[in-house]
Ligand binder design. Sequence first.
Ligand SMILES: Nc1ncnc2c1ncn2[C@@H]1O[C@H](COP(=O)(O)OP(=O)(O)OP(=O)(O)O)[C@@H](O)[C@H]1O
Ligand SMILES: [Mg+2]
Length: 322
Amino acid sequence: MTPAIRIENLAKNFGSTAAIRGVSLEVPAGRVLGLLGPNGAGKTTLVRMVATLIRPDSGRILVHGHDVVREAARVRPLIGLTGQYASVDEDISGWENLYLIARLFNLRGRKARARADEMLERFSLTEAGKRPVGGYSGGMRRRLDLAASLTGDPRVLVLDEPTTGLDPHSRNSLWAEVNRLAGQGTTVLLTTQYMEEAEALADALVVIDSGRVIASGSTAELRARLGGQMLRIQPEEPGDLARIYQALLTAGHTEATVMADEGRLHLPLTGGGSQLTAVVRTLGEADIPLASLDTHIPSLDEVFLKLTGPAAREPVAARSAA
Ligand SMILES: Nc1ncnc2c1ncn2[C@@H]1O[C@H](COP(=O)(O)OP(=O)(O)OP(=O)(O)O)[C@@H](O)[C@H]1O
Ligand SMILES: [Mg+2]
């Protein structure tokens, strides 16, 4: 089956800034792909190319088999874009914004008016609909933006950081709307800086940094890259850390690490429950008083920080300095 979005070896420069350097990815029809990355990673640049707003320097993007450069006019009606910055007209009302968009999608007269009414209703903007958008709150603008991008009933919805600046209530209703659309078969490409958002919405994730794909997979697969579950052992006396370390080593648990600043030892639990039992027995035999013992699963935020943080960048910096 033709994927909804297929990106091949895409590159884009702005002057001497290489914003995207060799990105390839695919979004199967009806799926939600979360595109994650820190500030300046290239997320907006990438989605703007998908939405035909800027042209790639090299590589190509196909939307339902149509090239975004050569067949831009065929791609545009397939796509709804909610940009990182509100793209609605501030001087006219919310209703008028939606009505004009409905007209752009070739709806006429009563049909265009009905569509504008329907979209306002769906995004709880009916009351505000008559007022100029200039007086809307940030959350209302975001909702109007999303309503605008859905007015043409797109097969592919592109959302650039849709919930940045939203309160938890507005964020949840936007998430529910995206999940509802995805359930109806709309393909969604979503950029975000929030792992929690990616986990709530996306079937698969692609992490980009400095214009390159640095990781991809399901949330579970990305978590597994941090080594999965970790046992954390904290003695009552920090002075006992070395004794615990030694006892674990002697019993064959060679992967323990002393985290002196935390006053704890970390031991990856690669051997499952039987390893946990063996460790508890070893600690019991050593008879060292413990303050706490817990298992920790890395959060997706920890995964994100590990993938895109300073430690992850070092080899790149070293290479460019050479
Ligand atoms: N129109 C432009 N002219 C010059 N440089 C640009 C332009 N657009 C983007 N860039 C540069 O390209 C890089 C990627 O920017 P982009 O906006 O795509 O990042 P982003 O991942 O969307 O970041 P953020 O999370 O802050 O929105 C940055 O270095 C940015 O400064
Ligand atoms: Mg951006």
